[in-house]
Design a protein around this ligand. Structure first.
Ligand code: ZN
Length: 206
């Protein structure tokens, strides 16, 4: 599997492109911007982008979805519990950046706990991890976990937005993510990568 990281959007979210080497099928985890250069780059990789999987519905992870759907003719999946977050995008982006954007539509496929997706023979497993948002999801692919804004390197996602709960976040991490093998690499929605073992040892917020 090939992994490419793109730091995109108004508050530098990590978008991850995973490519199955044999089939050249690919998935994009979070889609924060639709920069023409980024779209061109992905097109030039010669991969078949199969879907967009969203870790949650916050504006800084979804702003590129409509354009990507249009260009690549694919669906974008989010937890149904995060539709309120998707709908809040115009308000949130105005609050954070002062920009005005229209309502984001077209995120209409839903992912739930335990769902499996494939790119070629590579399996992607969805895990629900509420707390940062009610519909927060992580995606486990081989030895890599894409943790969205649930777990960061030595930090966790904030829980003071609507739908956030520190209690739930802490439970999601301790009772779900921390049961994964310690050598699982963790690729968060913002900032550098980490691992389950490292966070069990050094994450002081939990
Ligand atoms: Zn977020």
């Amino acid at each position: 599997m090939i992994l490419k990281t793109y730091v995109e959007g108004p508050i530098d979210a990590n978008n991850y492109l995973l490519i199955d080497e044999d089939s050249k099928e690919a998935v994009l985890i979070d889609c924060s911007a639709a920069r023409p250069e980024l779209i061109e780059e992905i097109k030039n990789l010669g991969v078949k982008l199969k879907y967009i999987l969203l870790t949650h519905g916050h504006f800084d992870h979804i702003l590129g979805v409509e354009k990507f759907k249009e260009v690549f003719g694919i669906d974008a999946y989010v937890s149904e519990d995060d539709i309120p977050q998707v709908k809040a995008t115009p308000d949130m982006i105005q609050m954070f950046t002062g920009l005005k954007v229209p309502q984001i539509t077209g995120i209409d496929k839903f992912v739930k706990d335990g769902d499996e997706f494939t790119i070629g023979n590579t399996k992607i497993k969805a895990l629900t991890t509420p707390g940062h948002t009610e519909g927060g999801m992580c995606y486990l692919v081989e030895d890599k976990l894409f943790s969205g804004d649930t777990l960061f390197q030595r930090s966790v996602g904030r829980t003071d937005f609507p739908g956030g709960s520190f209690e739930k976040l802490s439970k999601s991490i301790k009772e779900k993510l921390f049961l994964l093998p310690e050598d699982i690499e963790v690729y968060p929605g913002h900032g550098p990568k980490t691992s389950i073992g490292f966070e069990k040892k050094y994450n002081e917020i939990l």
